[in-house]
Design a protein around this ligand. Sequence first.
Ligand SMILES: [Zn+2]
Length: 380
Amino acid sequence: MRLYVCGVTPYDASHLGHVATFLTYDVLVRRLRQLGYRTRLVRNITDLDDPIAPRALQLGVPYAELVEAEVAQFRRDMDQLGMLRPEAEPRVSEMVDETLAFIAELEAAGYLYRVGGTLYFDTARSNVFGTLSGYPEDLRRHYARERGGNPDNPLKRNRFDFVLWRPSRDGEPEIPSRYGPGMPGWHIGCSAMARTLLGTTVDLHGGGIDLMFPHHECEQAQTMAVQTEPFVRTWHHCEFVRYRGEKMSKSLGNIVLARDLLTRHDARTIRLAVLRLYRYTAGFEWRDRDFAAGERLLEILLAAVKAPGGPDPRPWIERVNTAIDDDLDFPTATAELEDLARAVLEGGTDPAGPQAVVELAETLGISPMRPNEGIEVPAP
Ligand SMILES: [Zn+2]
């Protein structure tokens, strides 16, 4: 299974919404491996992107310094949360040659036009642009405005044409290219990285729901402009975590940072607290008291694995796995695991009972035998 998940732009800390998304793919990969699939997960780092330079200027640090600090922090967060490391974690800046080669292919195929020093993709030439999200015009316009698509730029041929290469702005790296010095647009890097590291067709392409338009829509249009094979077999988008009534987002200021949680809680508590509520199709509303439920559940699991015996666990094993296989129904899987742990604590003589608690918890990425399965990475 070839999986491509859009990662982070390293300009700010990860919050619980990111945790829920990456946790979804982490458990998916664990379960796929358990079922005998070989998996290859690529999760990129968008280290050439619009929001980085303004943030670096605001903090008074060089661009590269902010990127390195945030990449290190992100990796530390993911490791501490016990996320399996992806097989590849490419940075856009390391894939500039492949990205420029992709742009050249788009140019040869006639999809590219230039306004000043900026190269755009001509969406009118694409027969797939818009088909992924299926959003109506007003919603597309709304998201394009919100997510850097500049739909009101009168110099473009079509409203949703997007940048492939542009001149660098203040504080940004200037990369030499045949199109002039500058840097790639947001979307083209993912098309280039996915093809370079996974081949023409990706089995599952994931990310937050906010990436569906314009980001994934643009990726699909670019890739399908230069190949006839399908680009993605399954698109997969994770719904938002809400907090205090709204989508958790930095711009609204209602965020819970992973690093703040990790300094105060056992990482397993965070996983459990999220998994018992989060299903990617629905998202959930985080309440601060949800932690207590995660902590209680961890205590129950830890007590159950020390029990000498329990009931025959096979019905619970079946139900936990069925829930995960039922489109990643983590809340049901977690509830069934809790139910097994409680049954074990009520007594029984079958040593397979507590053993099944260990194994099912590990499918969810929680090791009851170790306090923190994450790998400590030294601070930058
Ligand atoms: Zn992406």
